[in-house]
Design a protein around this ligand. Structure first.
Ligand code: SAM
Length: 254
């Protein structure tokens, strides 16, 4: 199909067949998997996935692409959901789903947070994202890339940086390098926040001004006695705390 890539929808289509094959190998689709692809575009991943699967769900916002897909794929093979992924209710697909996608980079963090709301029903997720975002997702404490995204995702997910992908693998080529990541929801959380909203609030406050000490960023939430009881140095910054320590603070406050 003749299709002009739309910048507002973050359309950078994968064209490198060797890269596409390595992504599909990493996903390892099985015939009966209940799989959802976010942003199928012109089918760069959809097509090779379908050769190994009985059927696939896709969520796409672009009406031109939807029309093309309806003409291209049998309705029994590709279940098309014309929707903004940020408004899409993944529980409508089923209870144990796999999620894949070369995501629109402009809304990648909101998509990840939206999926966290449905994490209980997800088996695994494989995403192409901006390399810098994947580095933040998997970052360890006390590194420059470690931040709110790392803590919030690592709380729920085990993540693996899989493949670095150069701009030339796409058309049009994005300005940045990309990376493919695997995310698997933790079956048993190693540290359980009693109040996940409070946990999120603490993490947000601590990283709100990441150059400031915890004593400053958590003022009003945690006093010196609290820091002492938790055995956390209030002169540290958010980037120095492990996920376990953020959970400990939230549970202390709860
Ligand atoms: N999967 C294709 C590929 O790899 O060539 C296309 C990937 S492209 C980076 C992102 C895709 O997500 C596009 O098809 C775009 O239209 C779609 N998209 C963008 N924003 C979306 C949204 N809010 N909800 C659903 N799909 C969206």
């Amino acid at each position: 199909m003749k299709h002009l890539a739309k910048k507002r929808f973050g359309q950078n289509f994968l064209t490198d067949q060797a890269v596409i094959q390595s992504l599909v190998d990493a996903i390892s689709p099985q015939p009966d998997d209940l799989m959802v692809e976010i942003g199928p575009g012109l089918g760069a991943l959809t097509q090779p996935l379908l050769t190994k699967m009985n059927a696939l769900h896709v969520v796409e916002i672009d009406r031109d692409i939807i029309a093309w897909m309806q003409n291209t794929y049998a309705a029994s093979k590709v279940h098309i959901h014309h929707s903004d992924v940020l408004k899409f209710d993944f529980t409508t697909i089923g209870e144990r789903i796999r999620v894949v996608g070369n995501l629109p980079y402009n809304i990648s963090s909101p998509i990840l947070f939206h999926l966290l709301d449905n994490v209980a029903g997800i088996i695994d997720m494989h995403f192409m994202l901006q390399k810098e975002v994947v580095e933040r997702m998997v970052a360890s404490p006390s590194t420059a890339a470690y931040g709110r995204l790392s803590v919030m995702l690592q709380y729920h997910l085990h993540m693996e940086y899989l493949i670095t992908v150069p701009p030339e693998a796409f058309n049009p080529a994005p300005k940045v390098e990309s990376a493919f990541v695997r995310c698997v929801p933790r079956e048993h959380l190693p540290f359980v926040a009693q109040d996940t909203a409070l946990f999120a609030k603490v993490v947000m406050a601590a990283f709100g001004q990441r150059r400031k000490t915890l004593r400053n960023t958590l003022k009003g939430l945690l006093d010196d006695a609290g820091f002492a009881q938790l055995e956390i140095d209030s002169q540290l910054r958010a980037e120095n705390l492990s996920v376990a320590q953020f959970v400990a603070i939230a549970n202390f406050l709860a």
